[in-house]
Design a protein around this ligand. Structure first.
Ligand SMILES: NCc1[nH]cc(CCC(=O)O)c1CC(=O)O
Length: 308
């Protein structure tokens, strides 16, 4: 039995705090004590440049990892989507919460807004994946860059920057903004980023084994873990973080197999996509294979053009 209080490192945004509180609750429901430790990251401070320009590697994780390393915190809570695909040797993901619905939505401050009547509306997003997909499926819409946490983005929309924001349902729901959702985007065309909708727990590999196991038992959802680890294997092979237009989603089929679809959305409104079904044990290998197929069939050129 783990007696000591588990220190839970988190960013300070409202969404991050919601996720950390959620993790704390799961720990407490399993007889463990948790305490939040609030940490500011580079990604929270730099708001005037797009994420792809800062370089996505670790902008939301570096400061948390420093404190994991020196033992000031035991675990760090992240949106799985924000986690770089390759962690340093000293760190690992030890648990994944049950995935929330993982599709994207449009939210709007305009009552009665519909995508069917308003053809030339303005969409705010800062994700290269979303921009590329929007160009394909909403060619008449205008896209503007909007950074910042959810509350900041909504404020910018209300100030007139855009008609709608494109966001992950999971974050909108967690923040209690379901009433602003005006459109849900389908998973088969607007396939989400790897890990979307899941909260991941990171620890140092040096974390006490008893604590590690207790945290994992309290928090991990194995069905989600299999899917998110498969999606992250895809992302790792692409060597990309959240600044490339990659999408990947693994789901369970009725006969307990894993269906994985993944690829790259291209800026010219086409996409590279591969879909395979495999056994759960093969999930990570299959994710890797999808990335290899993607790279070999035009993906390399897409990524090279992004860097250039
Ligand atoms: N990149 C920011 C980010 N990271 C995780 C979420 C939403 C919650 C989730 O997907 O778990 C968001 C906001 C968004 O994309 O709208």
């Amino acid at each position: 039995m783990v007696e000591r209080t588990i220190k839970i490192g988190t960013r300070k945004s409202k969404l991050a705090l919601w996720q950390a509180e959620y993790v704390k609750t799961l720990l407490e429901q399993n007889g463990l004590n948790g305490e939040l430790v609030l940490i500011e990251t580079k990604g929270d401070k730099i708001l005037d440049r797009s994420l792809s320009k800062i370089g996505s590697k670790g902008v939301f994780t570096e400061e948390l990892e420093e404190q994991l390393r020196n033992g000031d915190i035991d675990i760090a809570v992240h949106s799985a989507k924000d986690m770089q695909a390759s962690l340093g040797d000293d760190f690992e993901l030890i648990a994944f919460t049950e995935r929330e619905e993982c599709h994207d939505v449009f939210v709007s401050h305009k009552d009665g807004f519909t995508v069917d009547t308003e053809k030339e509306f303005v969409i705010g997003t800062s994700s290269v994946r979303r921009v590329a997909m929007l160009k394909k499926h909403f060619p008449n819409a205008k896209i503007v860059d909007v950074r910042g946490n959810l509350q900041t983005r909504i404020q910018k929309m209300e100030d007139g920057l855009c008609d709608v924001l494109m966001l992950a349902y999971a974050g909108v729901h967690r923040m209690g903004y379901n009433n602003m959702i005006v459109h849900s985007l389908p998973l088969d065309t607007f396939t989400p980023a790897a890990g979307q909708g899941c909260v991941a727990i990171e620890s140092a590999t040096s974390l006490d084994t008893e604590v590690r196991n207790a945290v994992r038992n309290a928090i991990n959802n194995e069905a989600t873990e299999t899917c998110v680890r498969s999606e992250r294997a895809f992302l790792k092979e692409l060597q990309g973080g959240c600044s490339i237009p990659a999408f990947c989603l693994a789901t369970w089929t009725e006969d307990k197999k894993i269906n994985i679809t993944g690829g790259l959305a291209k800026p010219n409104a086409s996409e590279i996509r591969y879909t395979y079904t495999c056994s759960p044990e093969e999930g990570e290998n299959t994710g890797t294979q999808i990335a290899k197929d993607t790279l070999a069939n035009g993906g390399k050129e897409v990524l090279a053009a992004l860097k250039g």
